[in-house]
Design a protein around this ligand. Structure first.
Ligand SMILES: Cc1cc2nc3c(=O)[nH]c(=O)nc-3n(C[C@H](O)[C@H](O)[C@H](O)COP(=O)(O)OP(=O)(O)OC[C@H]3O[C@@H](n4cnc5c(N)ncnc54)[C@H](O)[C@@H]3O)c2cc1C
Length: 546
């Protein structure tokens, strides 16, 4: 036996690394087992949302953060063909609220970055932390449970094996997770897998073909004639951002494609040729990926958990695979901390899946929907798109696809049953921060509980005072901003657009308060006069040991 830890993490990819740092910051001792001695060298995830950026910034500290290269994306557009790139029929851009772009005072809605660089920085930070024992170049071979979770680990360079144990075991061991298999958890498929050729290119912006000189952003090209749906991402901003000279292509593969031939340098140069001058490009890597849409049915068994891709895998059309892994992991870490510190009963850990599953399932389905838009080249859909393109795109008024970021209405069993017609999705919940900028709750507070108040929030804010600080929810007064309310202290005044407020009122008709878990799972609706009940129900969620 080589050691006993509070937490053993199997898998030191981005999610295992982030989990180790979050847990160590709470004072828990961690062992991190990772087969590879160096981070996986090729980029996979390329977009981080504002929440993930903020979390990484805090975790790695200012010195390493100054090395982190990223460029805020300006837009994501859907176009019919590569010769119509500046005529998008659909755009995914955050709304403008009170004259300011949502989330734009901080990281914006997405940021292009390089995953190997992020993983390298996380490893360097981990090396600094006394509370994390790294077992790089080691493989977890066998698990068993006794009073603790035991892992037999093999050092790959010597073949030597030894056992370690932890009170909690986290499987951050990726899509093929052996921890998940050991837990006996089935994977549910939410949609078909698709094969893509992923190509990462290094080239200066000057390599962009005429007409392709867009600012940092993503372009989804449907290509009904060529039948090669393509994602084209420009990671370098025209005059902003630090992640430079990088382009990502994702080419859908079609029946009859020869996987070897299509990856030859000649073929890749031919494929990227309409976008970049092939003489100026360096192919960093090309590979064929299978994008899955899978979600595990069992996220916890006793004190074993899966996190990240071990729990869910999504197609990349919304750039959310890593992002949802990060926010779900931080949800679990908060709960482990409450239980480990004796504040909450162990039953609290069941709510990791209860709270995160619906949100993750919705994200995977949305991503499939966005992928479907790209892949659906049936004649009548093409015609519809051509009509939208003619009437909207050409006039500079593409359809707004941003609401697709808002998940389906997801509820837990609490007596709230929205009508089918209303179940299409939540409104966007935004608020004006103390500096006067509009921020989305989705991006900035996915780990906090919120109480939305239809009217004045002072009664509930008073009642909430008996909730221990460590689990205190945000109280949010909903308003369309027309009455000029401002955010003060822990009370946030939402600045929704009128259509969002109307949607909320329709969806939660008759409710004075709506309690929402991190990540948009709705936990209950309450009327005026039920403030104490709301607080009691809320507190009971945390299984606090009194
Ligand atoms: C082409 C592509 C594009 C993507 N784009 C985006 C995007 O834009 N935004 C986004 O958010 N996400 C995106 N993703 C998804 C994102 O890359 C993944 O969600 C993320 O890498 C998952 O991290 P992870 O740590 O859970 O798993 P992994 O990165 O797979 O890490 C698992 C680790 O576990 C180790 N391991 C496994 N078994 C053992 C064992 N028995 N013992 C020791 N170690 C073990 C492995 O060596 C590996 O390092 C994309 C993915 C791909 C493929």
């Amino acid at each position: 036996m080589k050691g006993e830890y509070d937490v053993v993490i199997i898998g030191g990819g981005p999610i295992g690394s982030i989990a180790s740092l979050l847990l160590e910051a709470k004072g828990l001792s961690v062992a991190l087992i990772e087969r590879n001695t160096v981070p996986y060298p090729f980029p996979r995830a390329i977009a981080l949302n504002g929440f993930s950026m903020g979390l990484v910034k805090d975790l790695i500290g200012p010195e390493l953060w100054s090395e982190f290269e990223f460029t805020p994306g300006i837009h994501v557009g859907y176009v019919l063909n590569k010769d119509k790139m500046d005529e998008p029929f659909g755009l995914m851009q955050p709304p403008v609220i009170e004259g300011k772009i949502l989330d734009n005072d901080s990281f914006g809605f997405l940021n292009w970055f390089n995953q190997p660089q992020l993983e390298g920085l996380l490893r360097r930070r981990i090396e600094d932390r006394d509370g994390i024992t790294t077992l790089y170049g080691h493989e977890a071979l066998v698990l068993w449970e006794d009073d603790l979770n035991f892992v037999r680990v093999q050092e790959l360079s010597t073949g030597e094996s030894f056992d370690i144990s932890g009170k909690y075991l986290l499987g951050a061991d990726g899509g093929g997770s052996f921890v998940r298999k050991q837990m006996g958890a089935d994977l549910k498929s939410l949609g078909k897998s698709i094969h893509f050729l992923i190509v990462d290119i290094k080239a200066p912006r000057s390599a962009l073909r005429p007409g392709m000189d867009f600012d940092a952003g993503g372009h989804q090209i449907i290509d009904p004639q060529g039948k090669r749906p393509t994602t084209f991402i420009i990671c370098e901003g025209k005059s902003h951002g630090t992640y430079k000279e990088t382009f990502r292509f994702e080419f859908a593969l079609k029946k009859g494609d020869d996987y070897t031939t299509i990856q030859s340098p000649e073929s890749i140069k031919h494929l990227v040729g309409p976008y970049l001058n092939p003489d100026d490009v360096e192919i960093v890597r090309s590979t064929i990926y299978k994008f899955n849409s899978l979600i595990s049915q069992e996220w916890r068994v006793n004190n074993m958990f899966t996190i990240g891709d071990a729990t869910h895998q999504t197609s990349p059309f919304q750039g959310q695979g890593l992002n949802m892994g990060i926010r779900n992991t931080s949800n679990l870490v908060e709960k482990i901390n409450l239980v480990h510190s004796g504040l909450s009963d162990d039953m609290l850990l069941d709510s990791y899946q209860v709270e995160c599953y619906p949100d993750s399932e919705a994200i995977i389905k949305q991503s499939l929907f966005l992928g479907g838009m790209l892949f659906n080249i049936k004649p009548h859909i093409n015609l519809l798109r051509a009509i939208i393109h003619t009437f909207n795109g050409k006039k500079g008024k593409p359809i707004d696809l941003f609401p697709e970021f808002v998940p389906d209405t997801v509820t837990v069993d609490n007596g709230f049953k929205p009508g089918k017609a209303n179940q299409k999705g939540y409104p966007m919940y935004n608020y004006i921060n103390e500096e006067g900028y509009p921020r989305s709750l989705r991006t900035y507070h996915p780990t906090e509980y919120r109480i939305f108040c239809k009217e004045d929030g002072s009664t509930i804010a008073e009642a909430v005072k008996r909730v221990p600080e460590i689990v205190s929810p945000m109280v949010i007064e909903l308003s369309d901003g027309s009455d000029g309310g401002t955010t003060a202290g822990s009370r946030l005044v939402s600045a929704q657009r009128k259509e969002d407020l109307d949607k909320h009122n329709k969806l939660f008709k008759g409710a004075s308060y709506v309690l929402m878990a991190p990540g948009y799972t709705m936990l209950g609706t309450y009327k005026n006069g039920q403030e104490e009940k709301l607080v009691s129900d809320y507190l009971s969620r945390f299984k606090l040991n009194q």
